[in-house]
Design a protein around this ligand. Sequence first.
Ligand code: ATP
Ligand code: MG
Length: 400
Amino acid sequence: MDQVFKSALPILQKLKEAGFESYFVGGAVRDLLLDKPISDVDIATSASPEIVTKLFENVVPIGIEHGTVLVLLEDNKYEVTTFRMEGKYEDYRHPSSVLFVQDISKDLARRDFTINAMAMDENSKIIDPFNGQGDLQKGVIKTVGNPIERFEEDPLRMMRAVRFVSQLGFSLDEEAAKAILKLKPLLNNIAVERITMEFGKLLIQSNVKKGIELFGTLGLNQELPLFQDDEQILQTLKRKGTYPFKAGVTEFIAFIGYEIPNVTPNLWMKKWKLSKEAKQMAQNQINRLKLYDSGQPIELCIYELNPQEVEIFGNLLSRIKSSPQMEKVKVAYQNLPIKSRKELSINGNDLLSLFPTQSPGPWIEQLLKKIESQIVLGKVPNQKSEIKDWIRKWKLHESS
Ligand code: ATP
Ligand code: MG
């Protein structure tokens, strides 16, 4: 048994001692059978959330009404969810009622796709009532039961289907594809935040090209904000979205905003309910890409970015140029004499004392900017005396 499951075994054992059934479920079981890295191990149990809360020392009630309790063990967190069935999805957002049940197979039946509807017990025995293993082998994303019913019940599953195609490189079952073609307008009833989350997961996966192709073939773009107003977004994405957007939605909206200037990060923020931080990060990247286009040295384009942002800048530049640019970007970053204003060895007060007859004003910031870029470009060493020499020469030159 994989180490990530072993670490969670004490939870299954404790539940068993207390007289309850419990299993590993969902994505972790799927990824184990696929021999893929396992992210979160989720657990399903016949014990009620109240009992789970009482049995374990460190718990966080993250979704008691849906039956989920977060159990903290050592340095790990596990979502422990009571076996449940779902009532009708009246508002397409949440099931109108949650019914706890005693039977794992009922819990598996409420899950979206056959490959996500498997469980594993403490002896590594797989419970697979919908032949998820067969579909894993065939490489197909297939709904548990009738796709029409399952997509009507929760239209977000249509986005999830495409997300899993992107994640696993699988094909979409034909009946499921037909159902999506028919039911995709139901996506308009789904909270955009949920769509954003699945779309973000689609973007970061290794088979994103396949995911985006399918997204377009099924016409899901016609149902999503912004995509539906401008066909160019999908076309641009198809043309250059052929490998993963490692930083997800932020990287994607920066890319689109650069390629199609009137589709701004601000619009995505409003229509896709993104955070202000995501918007600002994307806009900052666009501004720097434009700086690069205007012929500014790469050093000035990446100055004051943090390492993570440098990575995104490298990805974006590579995508836009359709050629690898990361090495160049990283080398330039490593060689930057200073990475931010804080490292500058001269400040406004130094400038004031250098020019005692001048009163404070915007000239200080202007001069600091000039000095800063000289240092970033390696033209002046970042030492007070050297900087002062440079200022004197520059002043002389200015007044002559
Ligand atoms: P990942 O490894 O990317 O997290 P995952 O399979 O764990 O993939 P989650 O979105 O974390 O995906 O969901 C966990 C499990 O919950 C799924 O495997 C599936 O069984 C079930 N599930 C999640 N969302 C839905 C849904 N909308 N409808 C039905 N079942 C769902
Ligand atoms: Mg998961």
